[in-house]
Design a protein around this ligand. Structure first.
Ligand code: R5P
Length: 317
């Protein structure tokens, strides 16, 4: 058990991504805190902390991946339990923050779910949030408690660099991804291109035009998430039509909803590198072109820094 400063560090995980929790605890050389997480016959969630946390510096790890509503509700109840058990501080580690895509009123009479979830986490009793690659970085501002917004880019770019791919262009799959593409390109010493995409249905996208040159080049398409894989696969086909050679993809959050896996498997993508913010479904493990890189070290280091009250800036290099 790490005892730093005057308060005990305690790490707990919900049921959304137990493998990641184990890896983070291993990184921190601490054992995972004990909890009971069950369901009542009518589906209600029940949580109980099975050890004393009074006065402890507690970190709860729970990505809000599928089943999204179940995992979010479990997280709220966990936070509430820690608050009522007199934890000194409750830091909520949300490797993947769902509901982030609805972050503004883009049509009449719709909800802003990204803000609502931020409010609910704070009301439940979270003292601070540690998250990774929000769908839009400005979601940080939806919270009135401290947020450490980490990025998977250094880990993904370092891993990709090992391939030593020549004549590389980093392409954004849509206008919104251009900042991320530029940042990857700077790390990898590549040039950039941008696909102009239109989404005409939640699972249907269309590439419209290309900014930049990809003919005769190898391409890496980074993104924050792959959900239905419509964006990624459409962008890859479009770039191929424009003369790209090998096309690689990487993303932080492998949401993989609907028929994403089939689309990826049958696509022209050479490799899809993802992180373990979300556990991969069993079928995904059979798709050879999907490669998983862990971000347990980044999250573990952030937990250590927060607990020790040292800077997290090194995690962005
Ligand atoms: C778009 O703004 C995002 O960066 C992702 O490209 C998008 O959310 C992925 O969704 P899908 O895989 O369903 O196209």
């Amino acid at each position: 058990m790490l005892v730093l400063r005057n308060y005990k560090l305690k790490v707990f995980g919900g049921s959304a991504n137990p493998e990641l929790v184990t890896k983070i605890c291993r990184y921190l050389r601490t054992s995972e805190g004990k909890m009971e997480l069950t369901r009542f016959p009518d589906g209600e969630t029940w949580v109980k902390i099975s050890e004393n946390v009074r006065g402890a510096d507690c970190f709860i790890i729970q990505p809000t991946c599928m089943p999204v509503n179940e995992n979010i509700m479990e997280l709220f109840l966990m936070i509430d339990a820690f608050k009522r058990a007199s934890a000194r501080r409750i830091s909520v580690v949300i490797p993947y923050y769902a509901y982030a895509r609805q972050d503004r009123k883009d049509q009449p009479r719709v909800a802003i779910s990204a803000k609502l979830i931020a409010n609910l986490l704070t009301s439940a009793g979270a003292s601070r949030i540690i998250a990774m690659d929000f769908h839009a970085p400005q979601v940080q501002g939806f919270f009135d408690i401290p947020v450490d917004h980490l990025i998977a880019e250094p880990v993904l770019a370092r891993e990709f660099a090992k391939k030593k791919v020549k004549d590389l262009v980093v392409a954004a799959s849509d206008m919104g991804g251009s900042k991320m593409a530029r940042s990857f390109a700077e790390r990898l010493g590549a040039s950039i291109a941008i696909v102009d995409k239109r989404r005409y249905h939640s699972n249907k996208v269309e590439a419209l035009s290309l900014i930049g040159e990809v003919a005769g080049k190898n391409v890496l398409i980074p993104d924050d998430m792959i959900s239905t894989a419509g964006t990624m696969v459409e962008a890859a086909m479009f770039l191929k039509k424009h003369g790209a050679k090998d096309i690689y993809a990487c993303c932080t959050h492998p949401v993989f909803s609907e028929s994403a896996l089939k689309k990826i498997e049958s696509s022209i993508l050479k490799e899809v590198m993802v992180t373990d913010t979300i556990p991969l479904p069993e079928e995904a493990k059979k798709v050879k072109k999907i490669k998983v890189i862990t971000v347990a070290g980044v999250l573990g280091e952030a937990i250590k820094s927060i607990h020790n009250e040292t800077s997290v800036t090194k995690l962005f290099r």
